[in-house]
Design a protein around this ligand. Structure first.
Ligand code: RP5
Length: 160
């Protein structure tokens, strides 16, 4: 198996349309990733197997998207020492506030780095993961710097 740097996981197939923003950003930054559907409540054994072996399988960061009573990121964080970045999915019922509060309000001792709700959060999760990898990977650090510099250049001084 070829090791991938990032695991992008989600609680349901229905989260894919959000989490694809993380995957696309990782592609832009040329960072390897794999994607899995892992539900904390529907596939708990899959969650344990994934989280307990994630580091041994070569992953360096986990990006975890979940909605509603979004316990996936926190449960994964409890089972691995890898950094876990949580993405609150924009739920239909409460517009993602439920997801955000579920993910961000981790009690002390087991952190989840929590992004904003929805596609911005997924997009930023990939950038945050790149920042973490940049600490020990000059190649990724250079790509991230180039991308950030380009983003800055593209901001017009005046509205068109
Ligand atoms: C969570 O429940 C998932 O992360 C998803 O956001 C939400 C709804 O899941 P589905 O009912 O659409 O499968 O576990």
């Amino acid at each position: 198996m070829i090791n991938k740097d990032i695991a992008v996981i989600m609680g349901s197939e229905s989260d894919y349309s959000t989490m694809i923003y993380a995957a696309n950003m990782l592609k832009v930054l040329e960072i390897s990733y794999d994607m899995f559907i892992i539900s904390a409540h529907r596939t708990p054994d899959r969650l344990f197997n994934f989280a307990r072996s994630a580091q041994a399988n070569g992953f360096k960061v986990v990006i975890a998207g979940a909605g509603g009573a979004a316990h996936l990121p926190g449960m994964v964080a409890s089972l691995t020492y890898l950094p876990v970045i949580g993405v609150p999915i924009q739920s239909k019922q409460l517009n993602g506030l439920d997801s955000l509060l579920s993910i961000v309000q981790m009690p002390k001792g087991v952190p989840v780095a929590t992004m904003s709700i929805g596609e911005s959060g997924a997009y930023n999760a990939a950038i945050a993961a790149a920042s973490i990898l940049s600490i020990s990977d000059n190649n990724i650090a250079n790509k991230l710097k180039r991308w950030r510099d380009q983003q800055t250049i593209e901001v017009a001084e005046k509205p068109a």
